[in-house]
Design a protein around this ligand. Sequence first.
Ligand code: HEM
Length: 629
Amino acid sequence: MRLSHSSTSSVYMYYLDMTLVLALGRHLPTPSGREAWVSEMMPRPGHQSVLQLLLFPVKPLASSNNVETSRRSQHPRPLHLGVDQNLQIRWGFRNHTDLILTPNQLLSGNQTSVLNFMLFHMKSDTPERLETWSSQILAYLALTLGLVVLVKYLLTHRVLANIPPFPARPYPVLGHLPYLMHGLRDQLNTWTEATGELFSLYFGSNLVVILNSYDVYHKAFVKHGDTLSDRPKSLAADIGGGDHNKGILHASGQVWKEQRTVCLHILRSFGMGKNSLASKVSQEVSTYLDALSQLSGHPSDVRTLTRTAIANIICSIVVGQRFEYDDPYFVKFVQNLDELFRLGQSSSLVTLFPWLRYIPGDVFKAKERTDRNQYILNEFCHHHIEKTKTQGVDEEGESFISAYLQEKQRLEDQGQTTSLDEENLARNMYGLLVGGTETGSTALSWFMLYMLHFPAVQAKIFAEISDVIGLSRFPDMRDKSKMNFTNAAILESQRFSITPFNIPHQCREDTTINGYTIPAGTTVIPNSESIFRSSDTWGDPKQFRPGRFLDAQGVFNQSDRFTAFGIGRRACPGESLAKTELFLFITSLIQRFELLPAAPGDLPSLAPVEGIVFSPQPFQIRFVDRRSL
Ligand code: HEM
């Protein structure tokens, strides 16, 4: 529904009038009554305004030349606000006066000036009296916000017909978020059972469609991959301003296609999924095992060490070098990656409600997240691009950076128009580092935790390692095809520890799935939990049972429905590297150590820390060298 200009203006006047009635118990002035109205409402010297009281730590205005006072101050206030000798109202931030409003402007009845006047000066009074009005003021602000959202909605949204059903009535302004704040998993499961494989939610005012079964997931991302492979704009993509449409992880359309193609080409040329890349992984595994053996079987939390090892593998591919685990530059880089994921949940609220970022104090951690992103992008990615350029691009194309810069040069030499540039290169590096570190290290941490809870599975993996590889040489990728039970246990561990929400996509054009319309611009998110915990597909999904991935003869059988790496055009480009890492880390680990709880029977919790990726809570584990047993 669209409103005509005249109805827009009457909605606006109605809104203004209603705001005034709520705030001050008065209607907008009539043309003849304006003068009396303004003089009555004018702030008096020594009075304070509501906005000052609520948001800004400023002292009450003391005198009529208050603006000058604040300007001369050695510590300028964040906001100054005052009435000068000519009865002009002035306000601004820091040393600037951004707006001057004369009584005449107010009298002229210009709508903006009336609104500004109301916002900054309504209920001007002594600070003591203002404080007693706080609940009324908060109610007023909440209502105003609701009205602004409603008017914005009426002005900009069309009526959405035939969208997938809502599982519950959305709250004003917040949509379905309040339902999800406590226990995302349980709420989604309840809704899936009640509403079915496809439903709609409002995250704030954004329409989001959730895909709850393998069938709709496949229809959406494979059958309709042409319209459902964009990414929505998000805070995560706001890596320090600039163009959001850059880099494999966050870009959409033609830029994304070209960047993804070049990334995949380079990764394949490095032997992604072949032994040359596996040898890089093996080198890192060997250093990691040495670090574990130095723990001498004492209970330890090894999540950071594991993350460091996995990050090092991606670094060796992206920048062509690995780092020592105690190198301060690398330690800081890994800390930033870690924090980025930790901040994921609180800061993702800012993606839904962008105005939250302006609340003083960085309550929703949006600024901190942007700072961490910028650190990774500037101090790591751009820093290494510059270093590579200064040292000269390596002709062998040994690092992702060198290979990308050579490809860019080749296309430019041929006079081709290309999106290959340094910003895309930096953001591709960012995508590989961010996409490849937390996912891989969390998968390993979950696996270790399950080995404590299911010692019989650990014993069976060790028996298979002893049979197929023996204990005198390191595992390598040629062993993989012979290790049915180990492969099945790795998949079962991934299935069991899945994070409910997968990375969101955005719908480019209206798309019909199961008879429902998904409107252009809608965010579409697969709910991996309901896909991986479906009784129809898995029979006994709540059991940890590697045997589900083995056929009657005990041969490993990866189901099509195992979609931990995504499906369709945006499926994980690091899948074969991740599988290589998981296989080599896990087999080497269990070949050398028995994984035991800190004390017999002291089993760590299986409840996850909910974030972008659901990770295990801090836990202690002992790595007891089998040679010492
Ligand atoms: C256990 C490890 C991993 C898991 C479970 C995993 C899972 C996923 C999933 C589910 C997606 C989203 C697919 C979609 O949007 O529909 C994805 C995307 C992505 N992954 Fe992975 N991943 C893993 C490891 C890696 C590694 C090692 C790398 C880097 C080499 C990587 C790089 C990426 C990138 C760049 C994307 C975005 C692709 C795009 O938007 O086109 N991932 N991954």
